[in-house]
Design a protein around this ligand. Structure first.
Ligand code: DGL
Length: 262
């Protein structure tokens, strides 16, 4: 298929295993309101966080091809899991395409560290990958003991069901965080793009003094920088458009729209 030539008005493509990447898109719209966006959620194949890296990479490549068919000028991998499994391979395959991923925002957590632990909530794949371990080594230094990875299989499913509050979610979070209930916590890093939608319930469990951090602003600024470098930022002074696709059904598209408005 012949692809359209890209221009400053071409959309930026975002993708995630489901509705989670909307948390990144939301931030990007704040940073670049005049851009046009295409969002693809792969809810049919979710969760990615318990699949093999080969499978995740294959799914990511298929989505990127699909977004390129839709004429995107850059890609945001709005999924920590897909970033850890596929972003390096994607960059090799598409050397001229601005591709930005998201990784657990450990740096601001280390920089603003008070007493206590830094808990990184993410999928099992994200926490097991070499990329994450290198990040901990680079930033953690002697504080490595205070940096605690907390895999949360099952948590993204709450958000995919549109369940961002309530008893069952609270119970899940209490159980996950139980080990640290008598410990001082400096911050919690949300290393999965679904989790910012349950931030209020996390706060209910750990209290208001814990700093809860995610990487969506950093990622949004990074795609802006990368597009600027290539002179691809939209010069229009009109508010841009958002198109949403989902591999499962229209219900998920509606959920994305709801989360975008939240
Ligand atoms: N939203 C994805 C992330 O940021 C993961 C959810 C999944 O397991 O598919 O890691």
């Amino acid at each position: 298929m012949e692809r359209k030539e890209i221009s400053t008005e071409s959309p930026i493509g975002f993708f995630d295993s489901g509705v989670g990447g909307i948390s990144v898109l939301k931030e990007a719209i704040k940073v670049m309101p005049n851009e046009n966006y295409i969002y693809f959620g792969d809810s049919k194949n979710a969760p990615y966080g318990v699949k093999s890296t080969e499978e995740i990479a294959k799914l990511s490549f298929d989505i990127v091809e699909n977004l390129l068919d839709k004429g995107v000028k850059g890609i945001v991998v709005a999924c920590n899991t897909a970033t850890s499994a596929a972003v390096a391979k994607l960059r090799i395959a598409y050397p001229d395409l601005p591709i930005v991923g998201i990784e657990p925002a450990l740096k601001p957590a280390v920089e603003s560290k008070k007493n206590g632990k830094i808990i990184i909530m993410a999928t099992p794949v994200t926490l097991a990958e070499g990329k994450f371990n290198r990040l901990v080594q680079r930033l953690g230094g002697r504080r490595e003991d205070d940096i605690v990875p907390l895999p949360c299989p099952g948590l993204m499913e709450f958000v995919e069901r549109g369940e961002v509050e309530g008893e069952a979610l609270e119970l899940y979070l209490k159980e996950r965080l139980n080990e640290y209930k008598d410990e001082e916590i400096s911050s919690i890093v949300l290393g999965c793009t679904h989790y910012p939608f349950v931030k209020e319930t996390i706060k209910k469990v750990v209290g208001n003094n814990v700093n809860i951090i995610d990487g969506s602003l950093g990622t949004s600024k990074e795609i802006r920088r990368r597009l600027e470098e290539k002179n691809l930022l939209n010069k229009s002074d009109k508010r841009g458009t958002v198109e949403i696709y989902n591999s499962l059904n229209n219900k998920m598209i509606n959920l994305c729209k709801e989360l975008l408005e939240k």
